[in-house]
Design a protein around this ligand. Sequence first.
Ligand SMILES: [Zn+2]
Length: 72
Amino acid sequence: MKKPLGCPACGSRIIDADTGAVTVTRVVSKNEISSPGHWEPDYILKCWKCGQHIGLKHIGHKMATEHQLILG
Ligand SMILES: [Zn+2]
């Protein structure tokens, strides 16, 4: 099963994740890309719609029976 992950800036779907995947998404500034600070995402992608850089951090996986919405 997949669930869409939305851009935290504009809400457009930027990627699909497994239903059980626990992922935090956040807008990443250019400064953070060049010199990572306290929050280092596992992946950085660019939103196709608003052009913001979005950081993704995969923090775990839940069983399908106990999945819940995680709001980053
Ligand atoms: Zn966006």
